[in-house]
Structures are given as C-alpha cells and as structure tokens.
Ligand binder design. Structure first.
Ligand code: SF4
Ligand code: SF4
Ligand code: FES
Length: 230
C-alpha cells in the first residue's frame, strides 16, 4: 500500500519562506509515522530534518504536528491515517531550526523556572526518602512526563502568548508541590501566582488531549489554582 506525505520544509539559512514537499512511500498498516519519516530520509531525501532517539515513546524527541494534532511520531500508527494524506509540521509556537526540528531552549528555560528538583533540609537517608503509597499516588501520573513539549505546541494560550509558563512546566510544578517529601510547598505555589503563570491557563484541554503519557494536565493545573485560592 502507498501513502502520500506532505511535509513542512524550511531551512532558515537558505529559504525565505517555508514550503511543503510531497513524498509517496510504500507502507504497512502497522508502520509508525516515525518509520515512514526514516524511510523518506534514508531512501528518498537525506536533507529532511527531524529529531528522534528512542523510537519507543520514552525520550520525547519526536514531537511534531501530524494532521493537525501534536503527537510523538513513534506512537502514531499509519493505520490511524488510512485513506488520508498525512501532513506533518513542526510543533507550533516554537522557532523552526530546520524542517521539523524546533528550538526547544525557551521550553527548557520555562521548566527550569519552576525548580524541577526536590528540596529538603533533612539529612540524606542511608537508602531513600520513604513515601507512603497514598502520598505517592498523588504524583505518580505526573512523574510520567517526558518533556516532549507536545502540550506546549497544542496549547492555544501558549501559541499566542510566549510569556505563559505553559502546561508542561505546570505539570512539573504540580509534581513537586504535591510531593509529601518536598519542603517548598508555599514558595512553589507563590512562584506560579502571576498573570502569565498558572492563571493564564484558559482550560482549553488541548494539552490533556494530546499528552502521549495520558497525563491529566488541565486537571493538575486546576488543582494548583484551587490550592492558591485556599
Ligand atoms: S488547559 Fe490550559 S495549558 Fe492546557 S491547552 Fe488549555 S490553556 Fe493551555
Ligand atoms: S505533559 Fe505530556 S505532552 Fe506535556 S511535555 Fe509532558 S509528556 Fe509531553
Ligand atoms: S523517538 Fe523517543 S519518544 Fe519518540
């Protein structure tokens, strides 16, 4: 079976404007979109730029827009797009470095802002910091985040206002705010209490819909808002 791909191409060092390039390749229904991109690159056009690493939904490097939805190319099967042309574009709201490769530096700067590390004044225990199962349950889904930035690309607020902290940094904030072992509860909450912080979220749920790790992003953002309102 053959499938047509229409892929966003732009090299800011040589191109004035972006364009879309079409490729037709032979596919199996069980191929992943990432397999198709690799085949295009290896067999038809070595100049196509995209990121990938693990190939199994772990590293988060191949987030892109596939037929209008932000997703990981390694998690999307060709059969989901059967009978359609597949349009592949870079993650929205980021600067394109080449084709499907975007500049993620501003994203990681935002994540750094929320202090994505554990803070405790108690001495290091011999083995590990024990946490009760019921306390761990509060954060065990949030810790699945692989920082793929799909949610950032999907968020309509983020697309219009790059000062908005954004869904993924808020998931990481949630993960530490509600970690029973962390001692910065109040400070962490206060750090999100500004118009472009947690309050800029408008509950569009696009982040939740696209998260490849099925993290209820919007629910966590609202939990932070509720905690601040208390
Ligand atoms: S719920 Fe909030 S963070 Fe998620 S897409 Fe909507 S505005 Fe963006
Ligand atoms: S919350 Fe989900 S979509 Fe957002 S960066 Fe983490 S894994 Fe990716
Ligand atoms: S290649 Fe690592 S998540 Fe897709």
């Amino acid at each position: 079976m053959e499938m047509k791909f229409k892929i966003f191409r732009f090299d800011p060092t040589t191109d004035k404007v972006p364009r879309y390039q079409e490729y037709i390749i032979g596919i199996k229904r069980t191929d992943r979109i990432l397999d198709c991109l690799n085949r295009i690159k290896w067999e038809q056009d070595g100049t196509l730029g995209f990121r990938m690493s693990c190939g199994h939904g772990v590293c988060g490097s191949d987030a892109m827009k596939i037929n209008g939805r932000c997703a990981l190319a390694c998690q999307k099967l060709v059969k989901e797009y059967e009978g359609k042309e597949v349009v592949i574009e870079p993650l929205p709201s980021f600067k394109v470095l080449k084709d499907l490769i975007v500049d993620l530096k501003p994203f990681f700067e935002k994540v750094k802002k929320i202090q994505p590390y554990f803070v405790s004044s108690t001495p290091l225990p011999e083995k590990e910091r024990i946490q009760l199962p019921e306390d761990n349950k509060k954060i065990d889904i949030a810790i699945r985040c692989i920082l793929c930035a799909s949610c950032m690309g999907a968020c309509p607020v983020e697309n219009e206002n790059d000062r908005f902290l954004g869904p993924a940094p808020l998931v990481w904030a949630f993960r530490y705010i509600f970690d029973s072992r962390d001692e910065q509860f109040t400070e962490r909450l206060k750090a999100l209490d500004y118009p472009d912080g947690v309050w800029a979220c408008e509950n569009h749920y696009e982040c939740t819909r696209c998260c490849p790790k099925e993290i209820p992003v919007t629910k966590y953002i609202n939990a932070i808002k509720r905690e601040l309102q208390k």
